[in-house]
Design a protein around this ligand. Sequence first.
Ligand SMILES: Nc1ncnc2c1ncn2[C@@H]1O[C@H](COP(=O)(O)OP(=O)(O)OP(=O)(O)O)[C@@H](O)[C@H]1O
Length: 479
Amino acid sequence: MTETRTILVADDDRAIRTVLTQALSRAGYAVRATSSAATLWRWVEEGLGDLVVTDVIMPDENGLDLVPRIRRVRPDLRVVVMSAQSTFVTAVKAAQRGAFEYLPKPFDLKELLAVVARALAAPAVIVQENAETDGEKLPLIGRSPAMQDIYRTVARLTTTDLTVMITGESGTGKELVSRALHDYGRRRAGPFIAINMAAIPRELIESELFGHERGAFTGALARGVGRFEQAAGGTLFLDEIGDMPPEAQTRLLRVLQEGEFTTVGGRNPIKANVRIVAATHRDLRQAIRQGLFREDLFYRLNVVPIRLPPLRERAEDISLLARHFLERAKASGLPGKQLDETAVDRLRQHSWPGNARELENLMRRLAALYPQEVIGADAVHAELMDAENQIDEGRSGPETLEQAVERHLSGFVAAQRDGLPVRDLYERVLAEVERPLLRLALAATRGNQIKAAAMLGLNRNTLRKKIRELDLPVVRGLP
Ligand SMILES: Nc1ncnc2c1ncn2[C@@H]1O[C@H](COP(=O)(O)OP(=O)(O)OP(=O)(O)O)[C@@H](O)[C@H]1O
């Protein structure tokens, strides 16, 4: 029989102690629970317990302050921190002080039990205490579960130098997250250097990244220092990595493999000393299938992926963010404004294709243009409509597929509003797109399913299955 493990629980809320004690006992652990940090500390000093689960705010001491002390006297004793103050800074502090895991309250018991099991099973590693970042100013706003997951990941990453790949639509905060990784990470004393692949002429990207020797190309009058060298000791943020030209991709891959680089026109290898954070709004897997992005480079960069959800998937963050942006606008010299509840409701109805950046711009406009101190739904609505009209007018060139689909679907949804309930809409709409797509691919390859599958980037069996499901005619050699 395996020995019973003992969990030490500290929380000043009796209800939480009861629930945790019951759940952990039922799962086969012995439990000791207390409401005070002092008692927890005494147990730890006496050598009791195999794991600590502690709250942050307790009447006599902050649970986070206990973590480094616990780790000093009992480095093997893992600590799980729970907190209702579920902010980015709490998550980072818990990670930096050596907590094994951080659980934002409320959490579900299954999650807690999984964390407890993991903590007890994890091999004993001595977590180095990391120097602390100070300040409570929050770099990232949002309390949605999706953001909590991101805080936890970012917090854990601040104690490592692992390469990170951030994906997300434009304006979701990719640059902000990369800055937080740097500002709260081990390299924060070093530089943070950003380079945007989409903003630099393709032929200059290699020399921008790696530097060049004098005379390496026409116009290279002096030696140029590249971003890799500038970022030494710090973080290099490769923005819009999906837009990197193929030659630069090959060169970057070599740097990641070998840990050193040479300047354009140079011979002597220079040791790379950067933490790389890459970001993209593109679907890189699709770019790989299209032969536009190197798969081997992708795997080198995608060591820890972070996906930033679009704002419409975390509507509960909109009001916090909006108020945060109004504060920022005020700090930059614009008049201070409040939003009333109707304004917040109207904000929640919008789909935010430009994500947090769009919300930030809207808040700045409201602060600058409206005289009243309290902003209501009317002002928000008027500004949203105005921005939409401007986009429509400014739209040049042919309509994109996405726009066409959206136009079509909004008409469809509006027509159904008072009619019968809509069913299976997702399947039906996808079939509408899939059918012409497959038909065209088959026509273009004269019914050759191998070629059509390659063209579509689909597996041959998947294509065959889809042809059957969509009831498409199979014709060979035509037209
Ligand atoms: N969670 C957040 N909390 C506070 N501010 C945010 C948050 N997310 C985004 N912002 C703000 O929104 C703006 C856009 O964010 P950012 O530039 O990081 O987006 P991005 O994903 O890098 O965009 P792009 O892909 O267009 O470069 C910035 O001013 C940023 O400070």
